[in-house]
Design a binder for this molecule. Structure first.
Ligand code: NDP
Length: 330
């Protein structure tokens, strides 16, 4: 069985050359668990930090031994628990490998129906849950709100904007890097506008798009963008602090946000950790699966074909060059 590993401990931003493919023994099926043949493995920004031992106290994988971490979906091929062979499941700790063992408490049975199983790593997976939690449980988007989201072409940002729309937001504005991403956000995700921050004059363009004031901001990238969003915020606006993708590999903490601005705007800031919402998957799916099935929630996929293509694809994610949900198709 093939498995993706680190060659050696990672020093800076993970690059393709940091990874190797090795042959590993076929996993044993644990008592009370399953062996899953993975069809898709997710690549997420937190994994970059985890590879350096910088994520939620989780250790970095042992070089040349442990699989690169990642959520995954696939089919049960061996079972020593109540989950039937042939069932589709989602695993939190799948990893870059063809076969993954797991205890039954570590997997969730999914029913793809007419959907690709990869959707359960994207709009109906952890990124979708993150977006749903931010927009419905924390910022509580309501009818008429104006909403801003950055990294809007990605799975979290794209879902956040589309869920805000389904909550009744009157205007949904995105920020993204480059013309291809901005077009995806406008034309496929259906945002009212998407500002490409790599163009001259983008801050003026953003000010124009937000001229009626901003009610909810969903931050994925940096405190600089959060500060800018706050300057456009209506009194008592709400911001969700979901990620700092531009700063995960900095050696110093991200620059702060001016306190005076938060007071002046009477703003509420909600820190978001998706782990707190894992017990609300059913409520999330009840809201979002119909949106996916009717085409009201769409996320593009940036899929690497096979484990051999995973290192390059991971480097693209680490440098923000992915267009949509980054994953590996096995
Ligand atoms: P994305 O596919 O959106 O990838 C991250 C995006 O961040 C990039 O595509 C890029 O978009 C932007 N970016 C800006 N600067 C950088 C940089 N220096 N390096 C890399 N990327 C950069 O990822 P996801 O949709 O999976 O995640 C979006 C955010 O949500 C991340 O910050 C992630 O960590 C966070 N998250 C937080 C969770 C929580 O529990 N709080 C759970 C899940 C995700 P662009 O070019 O448009 O700027």
């Amino acid at each position: 069985m093939q498995q993706g590993v680190l060659r050696a401990p990672v020093q800076g931003v993970p690059q393709a050359r940091d990874f190797a493919l090795i042959d590993a023994p076929r996993p044993q099926c644990p008592e009370g668990g399953v062996v899953v043949r993975l069809s898709h493995v997710s690549m997420d920004p937190y994994v970059g930090a985890r590879l350096r031992g910088r994520h939620m106290g989780e250790a970095a994988p042992e070089p040349m031994t442990q699989a690169i971490p990642g959520h995954g979906v696939g089919v049960v091929i061996e079972s020593r628990c109540a989950i039937a062979e042939g069932a589709y499941v989602h695993l939190m700790e799948a990893g870059w490998r063809e076969l993954a063992p797991a205890l039954d408490a570590e997997v969730r049975v999914i029913e793809p129906g007419g959907l690709s199983p990869s959707v359960f790593l994207s709009s109906l997976g952890m990124p979708g849950l993150t977006a749903w939690a931010g927009m419905t449980q924390l910022a509580r988007v309501r009818k008429g709100d104006c909403v801003l989201v950055d990294a809007a072409a990605g799975a979290v940002g794209g879902a956040a904007g589309q869920i805000a729309r389904a909550q009744g937001a009157a205007r949904v504005i995105g920020i993204a890097g480059g013309p291809q991403k901005a077009a995806l956000v406008r034309d496929t995700y259906g945002f009212d506008a998407c500002i490409d921050y790599r163009t001259d004059g983008w801050k003026d363009e953003l000010a124009g798009a937000l001229s009626g004031g901003l009610d909810v901001h969903f931050e994925n990238v940096s405190s600089e963008i959060l500060t800018l969003a706050l300057t456009h915020m209506n009194p008592y606006g709400r911001a969700v602090l979901c990620g700092l993708a531009a700063h995960y590999h900095d050696d110093q903490s991200a620059p702060g946000v001016p306190f005076g601005l938060i007071i002046g705007k009477r703003a509420s800031l909600h820190g978001l950790v998706v782990y707190d919402f894992y017990d609300r998957w059913d409520a999330f799916l009840a809201k979002c699966r119909p949106l996916v099935e009717t085409g009201a929630l769409v996320i593009a996929e940036d899929a690497a074909d096979g484990l051999a293509a995973a290192p390059e694809a991971f480097e693209r994610l680490m440098t923000g060059r992915n267009l949509g949900k980054a994953l590996v198709k096995l």
